[in-house]
Design a protein around this ligand. Structure first.
Ligand code: NAD
Length: 500
């Protein structure tokens, strides 16, 4: 049992002095042009630090460092067991710096400290450690060809990987790229979101301390249209691992087409359906899971179950259960250990979410809970947990990713209609089926066009399983051994064997 006194996070926040400079070739550097931008905390508007405003020159420098590191083999040609040791040490450093990283994450993007500390930091360390452990256990192949030859099918690192990540889970999203890319021997240039660059920069320092050679993992902060675009267009980058919106994912494919046809792996948005049938055997758990998964991380989760599909006969009762739970997620001070829901990432996101709430009203949906800005006097950006009933699947709040704490309830009449509505979306990230009938659960799970389907739960998650989407939710998969495929080339080597 932990008997240590609770941490005064406000006190710690006051003494924190985050370093917003880039980290290139093992060194902290200001932007080449000398520019920076101020980073404010969404919790209270407080200025946190100045962030280097990386542009093309900084990306050039980082890609050149990554290329040198790759070509001279300082990392790529180390035996897998040696890379494992370094990456395991990196994961240990992450855990040792857990309080600091959690605080940086919360101050930077607004999520409650309890979750940065108990979810984001351990998941980041676990991801790095898992790929470290995996890499000296995966074997290459010998193809079943004839006796006159030997065909080796081997995997090699692609080279320089550009990783571009969003602000909702800044550390975890970075780790999902770093783990498999570094374990397989690549060099990485990471462009964190301009809204949440602090933990990425600190992670790169911890990796250096753990023994990762300089130049192997570089971080260039900056805006998407500047640093991000320069990285995605760069001819010296072999693959892009992108997580972000579908709108920018589309651009990633264009950038590749306009430059060197680099491999592009997109992990994009979602509008996931949570389907409840009247034969669900535990409505209380279903309601708690729907509310908990929707409002977790302020609703700023790509896989948030933002469309709640309920069979008409059950809908009034079920919606009432979910609505009754909403006040538990009323936003609070993110630095208070008891807070369940924190601040949205910035004022732009606040305006976007409030705009969607307006559109829900205008299109005739019925707001049963929330719908307002909260904690207005804090100087930060908070929205109440919001539930809209009587939503039609053609309304904007049902079709577009809101990325805030807004749940849309849609009623259906039978199984076929539930499947049709669930699949009637441009996205295909996740879905969930709640039914006590085994046949129905399997039937519906099979019919859903989504990368992950949950049955009678939603929050199960593990590094061992792939994560990613069908349709416009992306391509490729993060997590699991399948992610190694994204960061490796497949090589066939034929050797002739003379009959003798
Ligand atoms: P975003 O697309 O606006 O930005 C993502 C990253 O791309 C940021 O680093 C940004 O600076 C950069 N970027 C922006 N414009 C760019 C450009 N023109 N060229 C190059 N880079 C550019 O997304 P966001 O608002 O940061 O994140 C939210 C989105 O991420 C949501 O759509 C969410 O669903 C998605 N997401 C998906 C997953 C997943 O695994 N599928 C996980 C988390 C978040």
């Amino acid at each position: 049992m932990d008997t240590s006194p609770p941490i005064d996070w406000h006190e710690r926040a006051r003494s924190l002095q985050p370093d917003g400079r880039a980290l290139i070739d093992g060194q902290r550097l200001a932007a080449a042009a000398g520019d920076s931008f101020d980073k404010h905390s969404p919790i209270d508007g407080r200025r946190l630090t100045a962030i280097a405003r990386g542009r093309e020159a900084d990306i050039d420098r980082a890609v050149a460092a990554a290329r040198r590191a790759f070509d001279d083999g300082r990392w790529a040609r180390q035996p897998p067991s040696a890379r494992k040791k370094v990456l395991r040490r990196f994961a240990e450093r992450v855990l040792a710096a857990a309080d600091e990283l959690a605080l940086l994450e919360t101050l930077d993007m607004g999520k409650p400290i309890r979750y940065s500390r108990t979810v984001d930091v351990p998941a980041t360390a676990n991801c790095i450690a898992w790929y470290a452990e995996a890499i000296d256990k995966v074997y290459d192949e010998i193809a079943p060809t004839g006796p006159q030859a030997l065909a080796l099918v081997t995997r090699e690192p692609v080279g320089v990987v550009g990783a571009i990540v969003p602000w909702n889970y800044p550390m975890i999203m970075a780790a999902w790229k770093l783990g498999p890319a570094l374990a397989t021997g690549n060099s990485v240039v990471l462009k964190p979101s301009e809204k949440s660059p602090l933990t990425a920069l600190r992670l790169a320092e911890l990796a250096l301390e753990a023994g990762l050679p300089p130049g192997v993992f570089n971080v260039v902060p900056g805006y998407g249209h500047e640093a991000g675009e320069a990285l995605a267009l760069h001819a010296g980058v072999d693959a892009i691992g992108f997580t972000g919106s579908t709108r920018i994912g589309r651009r990633m494919l264009e950038y590749a087409g306009r430059s060197n046809l680099k491999r592009v792996y997109n992990e994009l948005g979602g509008k996931s359906a949570f389907i409840v049938f009247p034969d669900c055997s535990d409505l209380e758990r279903a309601a708690a899971t729907a509310a908990g998964s929707m409002f977790f991380n302020q609703g700023e989760s790509c896989n948030a179950p933002s469309r709640l599909l309920v069979q008409a006969g059950l809908a009034d009762e079920f919606v009432q259960r979910v609505t009754a739970l909403a006040p538990r997620f009323q936003p609070g001070d993110p630095l208070d250990d008891a807070t369940q829901m924190g601040a949205l990432v910035d004022e732009t996101q606040l305006r976007t979410v409030l705009g969607y709430i307006d559109s829900g009203h205008q299109e005739g949906a019925r707001c049963l809970a929330g719908g307002q800005q909260a904690r207005g006097d804090s100087g930060g950006y908070y929205v109440e947990p919001t539930v809209f009933d009587a939503v039609r699947n053609d309304m904007r709040i049902a079709r577009e990713e809101i990325f805030g704490p807004v749940l849309s309830v849609i009623r259906f009449n039978d199984e076929a209609e539930a499947i049709r509505l669930a699949n009637d979306t441009s996205y295909g990230l996740q879905a969930s089926v709640w039914s006590g009938q085994l046949d129905r659960a399997h039937r519906v799970a099979r019919a859903l066009r989504a990368g992950t389907v949950h049955v009678n739960q939603y929050d199960e998650d593990d590094i061992t399983v792939p994560f990613g989407g069908y349709k416009q939710s992306g391509n490729g998969r993060d997590k699991s051994l399948h992610a190694l495929e994204k960061y490796t080339e497949l090589k066939t080597t034929w050797l002739r064997i003379d009959a003798g």
